[in-house]
Design a protein around this ligand. Structure first.
Ligand code: URA
Length: 209
């Protein structure tokens, strides 16, 4: 699929399989999510710009490449996005963070916004929006609408699982936003769950069911 990168690294795929298993505990699910988010972060930041900094090794001065973490914003779509955010911040501790609260109305499946906080200067930063599940795509579309309204231009979307219907919906709303995922699953069921999926990501990571 154009505009979609499936991160098929064996470690990602192995960890994802364990996360999908219904018998995986809340603690295990959280630990795996933290680990897998670091691997996903590695891929989504693979082509980041580097700047040169003058440093001194014990032997000599040199120009060495560094990532400008402050130019990055990780956007967590609450609440499940926080699970991906944690591991990503371990890899890029200086990244700025935005939180967007959207819940999915269970009847209409449409997103309703209840929280938005983002740093200044979104137009000059690379924005990486994270949510483990790209299901209908409605929440991520709404989150990115809000970010674009505040000036964001350079945006990527990172998830763990995506449904083909969600990707199509997402890409027709935001064709400029590249999607990174560990898997494109089969389809959405009638309740809007990704099949075969892993269930409700928020419930699985926080043990709320
Ligand atoms: N959100 C989830 O947590 N799981 C799904 O399968 C779909 C949306």
């Amino acid at each position: 699929m154009d505009g979609v990168t499936v991160i098929d690294h064996p470690l990602v795929q192995h960890k994802l399989t364990i996360m999908r298993k219904k018998e995986t505990s809340t603690a295990g699910f959280r630990r795996l999510l933290r680990e897998i988010s670091m691997l996903l972060c590695y891929e989504v930041t693979r082509d980041l710009e580097l700047t040169l900094e003058t440093i001194e090794t014990p032997l000599v001065e040199m120009q060495a490449p560094v990532v400008e973490g402050k130019k990055l914003v990780f956007v967590s779509i609450l609440r499940a996005g926080n699970g991906l955010l944690e591991g990503m911040l371990e890899l890029v501790p200086s990244a700025r963070v935005s939180h967007i609260g959207l819940y999915r109305d269970h009847d209409t499946l449409q997103p309703v916004e209840y929280y938005f906080k983002a740093p200044e200067g979104l137009d000059e930063r690379l924005i990486i929006v994270v949510d483990p599940m790209l299901a209908t795509g409605n929440s991520s579309i709404a989150a990115i609408d809000k970010l674009k309204e505040r000036g964001a231009k350079n945006i990527r979307f990172l998830c763990l699982l995506a449904a083909p219907e969600g990707i199509r919906n997402f890409q027709s709303a935001h064709p400029d936003v590249k999607v990174y995922t560990a898997s494109i699953d089969s389809h959405l069921n009638e309740k809007g769950y990704i099949m075969p999926g892993l269930g409700d990501a928020g419930d699985r990571m926080y043990g709320t069911k």
